[in-house]
Design a protein around this ligand. Structure first.
Ligand code: HEM
Ligand code: HEM
Length: 338
């Protein structure tokens, strides 16, 4: 084989490995977002190792990219933009995890991390289609699979070492929760950050006109405020922070009629909604207060849902209706679309 053929074959293997690693990082990132319990940590360990493996391959990829840029063809700007988005995502992930820079203006490093990754998806598809790979059977030979395994093992080691350095040097990242989130404003309601899943703007709701539809009737704010069920629970936001508060309000099983329904749907004034298995009703709270104070608009006034051990996007704000029906609880987009 000529040197050029060898270089091209190596390039194809690097690209193939990058494709697999990008897919793993993207998938495990979303798995981590789906949980506020142990699976989030496991998924993030794979996620971070995948991210470090991508970093390890970047010197090789930069040689391929330089070769590609040396023969200009249509779409090179799309490749460059794709590269820039991947680099932004990697950098923001590392800034977040080390704690070097967690808040960037009104956004968080996590917002940049995930935002850049999502924006890169169409470009990644385009890139793979437009710069077609010539995969040969030998790319998956035993030797190459072992090489790939060595890259992944090295990356896992580098990730473990980076975590140790973060802890040993007392970088802010050492204080992360197992989901990677940072503590913010626990037990101090005024200091708890306000965030939304995506596009929900904060509605201004008139206390006296507001009604909650649940259990076949309409509840006024004053009626709801007489409930005093308490729950200390941690909101773990996918934006990268968590906050523990004492919430007070009505346990959901007190608001719905006793039925043999299978799921509960909690709906916001904004149209945002989430669905839960009915057996969780006794562990969820429709809160009107946190830390003994009425909720403010940003945190869901007049009433918001508290779902212990579930990510923040399940904690519907500005709740206007609680319905029960026979649809399975998983009959919804795993992540909200609004
Ligand atoms: C292009 C795709 C992606 C790459 C290459 C990537 C890579 C990384 C890297 C290198 C880190 C830092 C790991 C560490 O040092 O602990 C990280 C952290 C993180 N990523 Fe991603 N990521 C990608 C997409 C996503 C997506 C789509 C999500 C969520 C939907 C996500 C969620 C997270 C979370 C929650 C952390 C924080 C982990 C922690 O602090 O322990 N990532 N990512
Ligand atoms: C970290 C992810 C990646 C980045 C940042 C990246 C970036 C780039 C850039 C900037 C170029 C040069 C401009 C061009 O030719 O359009 C390029 C070329 C190329 N990329 Fe990627 N790419 C990535 C992943 C991939 C993947 C997953 C594949 C295929 C599965 C791939 C296949 C190719 C091919 C075949 C070329 C052309 C090389 C040549 O002409 O010699 N790349 N890439």
């Amino acid at each position: 084989m000529s040197a050029r053929t060898i270089a091209i074959a190596r390039g194809a293997r690097t690209n193939l490995a990058l494709l697999a690693l990008l897919a793993v990082a993207f998938f495990t990132g979303w798995v981590a977002f789906a949980y506020a319990t142990a699976p989030a940590r496991w998924s993030l360990a794979i996620h971070a190792a995948g991210g470090f493996a991508i970093l390890a391959l970047l010197p090789w990829k930069s040689m391929i990219a330089r070769r590609g840029l040396g023969r200009p063809r249509p779409g090179r700007w799309a490749s460059i933009l794709f590269g820039a988005l991947v680099l932004v995502s990697l950098a923001a992930g590392l800034l977040h995890s080390t704690g070097v820079l967690v808040y960037i203006g009104p956004l968080t490093a996590m917002d940049f991390h995930v935002g850049a990754a999502i924006a890169a998806v169409p470009l990644a598809i385009w890139h793979v289609v437009a710069r077609r790979l010539r995969v040969r059977p030998t790319d998956l030979s035993r030797r190459n699979v072992l090489r790939g395994g060595a890259v992944v093992a090295g990356a896992a080691f580098a990730y473990a070492a980076s975590e140790m350095v973060v802890r040993a040097t007392g970088m802010p990242g050492a204080a992360r929760r197992f989901t990677g989130s940072y503590e913010a404003g626990s037990f101090v309601p005024a200091a708890m950050p306000v965030s939304s899943w995506m596009f929900d703007a904060i509605p201004q709701i008139d206390r006296s006109a507001w009604r909650l539809t649940a259990g076949g009737r309409h509840w006024s704010y004053d009626e709801l405020a007489t409930f005093d069920d308490r729950l200390t629970a941690t909101l773990d936001c996918t934006g990268g922070f968590y906050s523990t508060q004492e919430w007070a309000g009505a346990r959901l099983d007190r608001l719905i009629e006793k039925t043999d329904a299978t799921s509960i749907r909690v709906v916001s004034t904004t149209g945002y909604d989430r669905r839960f298995p009915i057996h969780r009703a006794g562990s969820m709270l429709l809160a009107t207060r946190m830390g003994g104070q009425d909720l403010d608009s940003g945190h869901g006034f007049p009433a918001r849902l508290i779902v212990p051990d579930a990510r923040g996007f399940h904690w519907v704000k500005w709740v206007s209706a609680i319905e029960v029906d026979d649809l399975p609880h998983w009959w919804q987009s795993p992540f909200p679309l609004q």
